[in-house]
Design a binder for this molecule. Sequence first.
Ligand SMILES: *Cc1c(COP(=O)(O)O)cnc(C)c1O
Length: 420
Amino acid sequence: MIPFLDQLQQSDPEVLSLLESEENRQRLGVELIPSENYTYPEVLALLGSVFTNKYSEGYPGKRYYGGQEFTDLIENLARERACKVSRAEHANVQPLSGSPMNQAVYLGLLEPGDTILAMDLSHGGHLTHGAPVSHMGRLFRFERYTTNPEDGSFDFDAIRHTAQQTRPKLILCGYTSYPRDLDYAAFKAIADEVGALTMCDASHYAGMVAGNVLANPLDFGFDVMTTTSHKSLRGPRGGMVLCTKEHAAKIDKSVFPGLQGGPHMNAIAGIAFAMGQALTSEFKEYAAKILANAKAMAQAFLDKGASLVTGGTDNHMLVLDTEKSYGINGKIAEELLDGIGITTNKQILPDDPNPPLRPSGIRMGTPAATTRGMGETDMARLVDWMDQALRAPQHEGLRTILREHVETLCSEYPVPGIGS
Ligand SMILES: *Cc1c(COP(=O)(O)O)cnc(C)c1O
């Protein structure tokens, strides 16, 4: 247990008992939500460290409070390592999470009312890419492009046509639910033709980019890459903006004082550590294993006759069409899998006729299970159990048995940061 946590036994047993219940939930179940991961024990400790006490408005060397000798050093370390990991000229590590990180880019580089060309939500774009329910949809005019769900390909002629018609100031790619890599050169060529900036939101898969198993948009001349630090990168919850020198001053001003106050220095200390890890050869092996596990899981589903959006995966995630495969919607599938201790999440599919709260599929990913040390044979076993559970929604007794299999598997793979 983290130092001092045992004091909760005396000071607040109610909070302690909830923490222990969550630890057990994480220990006894398999986490397949593709945006989740288990952070490093060192990051858990740094998040609980005295860096949380410090106010550090401003940037290293230019702060609005005294006492910044060590916060300056830790933030500089985080920035330098983030630049190395992503091959960026500039890094801002202060965004409090992924959503404010994207807002800071739009507000820093564009004017309200400007047009942004982004991926359609049902095809895999994120809420902050202009969903009507997001405030960003009120501030900027979003235009959309889609994919071919059969193979995941983009129709770049159609995207070029839309760009010429709508004259976006920014072309945005990146996704929250899309199982293939992106053709950054094609996006960049269109942006150059219409004079638009290029931005990639690599929140889900920046760890795969760091590990060189997916392409890096900055290698193709993109202006900006954003990423959360807590998904495939395994860091604390936070966001980073990685960009060229040209945009550095605007981005920094936009994050602070434009959008935020004091940065969370405990999270920045955790980002410094996670970026250090991302530079190691072990991390590159980890990224390769995430991919191998996702491919093994996809193949196992295909062998069962199930239907995957785009027919497979080239990254850390797969999108299962539960309606086509099992005749049930994603909400029911998510609940059935919860019942056997496997956590997934319901997912709207391209041009989904069903509403978002009971869409036609689920999304699964391998970063968390891979962190635990699970491998390709484990992926095949998990798919076998998931397939059985999804085929027999009425069979509660079967779910009890499958849940025991899942717990036995989990007992072989401890969760980093949780004692057994
Ligand atoms: C997760 C995610 C975000 C938002 O991150 P939060 O930390 O949840 O605010 C933004 N963009 C993409 C593509 C994401 O996957």
